[in-house]
Design a protein around this ligand. Structure first.
Ligand code: FAD
Ligand code: UDP
Length: 373
């Protein structure tokens, strides 16, 4: 079969590889001048540092098959994400852990004492937290919420944490020990030569052709037996029902002679600081030796029609609109909507890979059984 895959990010690459290995011809297009989608990495011209061009990407998963898959295409080196945050001119450790609690409150609590102490500050009148703010007040109390979450979240999402779902905060743990690893997952690492090299290796198959700087046009789908669409869901339907909301990011680059902040990611919790965080990219490759440094200040804002969509917003308006688009998608024969943009969900890389493998497998099973797709 002739398969068209729109988007040369992780979704397009993994599905393309799976189907090419099953004997299908896969044409992958991307409107950008490079492969890798938002996982794209490249060496900085001036400093030689490996840059996470669309923001910091750390690989973490509990899925053994996914871990084996990425290790088949790239050498992964151990990497732990240890994030710091600057609040009121002081630096604290994230996610909130025993060190954060002890430093913030000027105490020397042991785990059980800290648990009781935080419980005593939490708002127990909230029994079923629905919003981000309620979730924070219920589990960490007003002091930690206002220092670490309120300002940062207002900057990141452009709205009050009262209007955001509790699920956003549930991504972050609170620990009553000194473990400052941002993630829980069993397998964590960083590809030695960056994500783009890994995705290049996934795409390296005789059944796959890649065309960059190439926007989708409807006659392309007429030449294909099936389309996998990893572009924006609403974009496929020419935004006919309206646009799904996204936050976009602006990165302000600067260089520094030496080590600028001593870690890869420094968040800024204060509302008065206009950016959310600073990323110092050389710390993503601690096995490399770079004297000069290159950093990104990261600003978040509502995405306009020409901006890169980063974070799906999924508030009430978007959820209703999403349902309408999903109905249209289900009625569209010959097209499968995949990935972060095609399904309008925040997906980590491991989930993207898992879903891509499962989608491709299901497609092959349907083909074998002669089912319409
Ligand atoms: P994308 O990477 O967005 O690829 C879609 C591609 O489709 C794009 O290249 C686009 O140019 C192309 N396209 C769209 N429309 C068209 C069209 N009409 N014609 C042609 N091409 C088109 N995950 C982690 O596991 N760990 C992290 O630390 C992490 N950090 C992240 C940080 C940020 C700031 C963001 C935004 C995401 C992060 N992620 C992280 C998630 C990760 O980026 C995604 O899982 C992954 O990029 C999803 O891949 P995808 O192929 O579905 O989408
Ligand atoms: N968050 C915060 N302060 C921080 C880090 C995160 O308030 O220092 C909030 C913010 O709303 C963010 C959410 O917690 O969207 C989830 O954090 P995560 O690090 O998973 O953010 P993402 O990967 O979405 O940027």
């Amino acid at each position: 079969m002739q398969i068209l895959l729109v988007g040369a990010g992780l979704s397009g690459a993994v599905i393309g590889r799976f189907l090419a290995e099953a004997g299908h011809q896969c044409r992958i297009i991307d409107r950008r001048p490079h492969i890798g989608g938002n996982c794209h990495t490249r060496r900085d011209d001036e400093t030689g540092v490996m840059m996470h061009v669309y923001g910091p990407h750390i690989f973490h998963t509990d899925d053994r098959q996914v871990w084996d898959y990425v290790n088949r295409f790239a050498e992964f080196l151990p990497y732990r994400n240890r994030v710091k945050t600057t609040v009121g001119n002081k630096v604290f450790s994230l996610p909130i852990n025993l060190l954060t609690i002890n430093q913030f409150f000027g105490k020397a609590l042991r785990p059980d004492e800290a648990r009781d102490f935080i419980a005593s500050r939490a708002d127990h009148s909230i029994t079923d937290p629905v919003s981000f703010e309620e979730q924070a007040l219920r589990f960490v109390g007003a002091d930690l919420y206002e220092a670490f979450f309120k300002g940062y979240t207002e900057k990141q999402w452009g709205c009050s944490p009262r209007d955001l779902p509790a699920s956003i905060l549930k991504r972050l743990p609170v620990r009553f020990n000194y473990d400052d690893n941002y993630f829980f997952h069993r397998y964590q690492g960083m590809p030695r030569q960056g994500y783009t090299q890994m995705i290049q290796a996934i795409l390296d198959h005789p059944g796959i052709t890649v065309e960059l700087n190439t926007d989708f046009s409807p006659d392309m789908s007429r030449q294909a037996d099936h389309v996998f669409w990893s572009g924006p869901l609403d974009g496929f339907f020419d935004y006919r029902l309206g646009r799904l909301g996204y936050r976009t990011l602006d990165f302000e680059r600067f260089t520094y002679d030496g080590d600028y902040q001593g870690c890869a990611v420094m968040n800024y919790g204060d509302r008065a600081v206009p950016y959310t965080r600073i990323t110092e990219h050389k710390h993503f490759s601690p096995w490399e030796d770079h004297r000069h440094s290159v950093c990104y200040r990261e600003y978040s804002r509502a995405a306009g029609p020409d901006d890169i969509p980063y974070y799906p917003i999924r508030l009430v308006r978007e959820k209703a609109l999403l349902e309408e688009y999903l109905t249209k998608a289900r009625q569209t024969r010959g097209v499968t909507f995949v990935g972060r943009l095609g399904t309008y969900r925040y997906l980590d890389m491991d989930v993207t890979i898992r879903e891509s493998m499962d989608t491709a497998q299901m497609f092959l099973t349907h083909l074998k059984n002669g089912k319409a797709i």
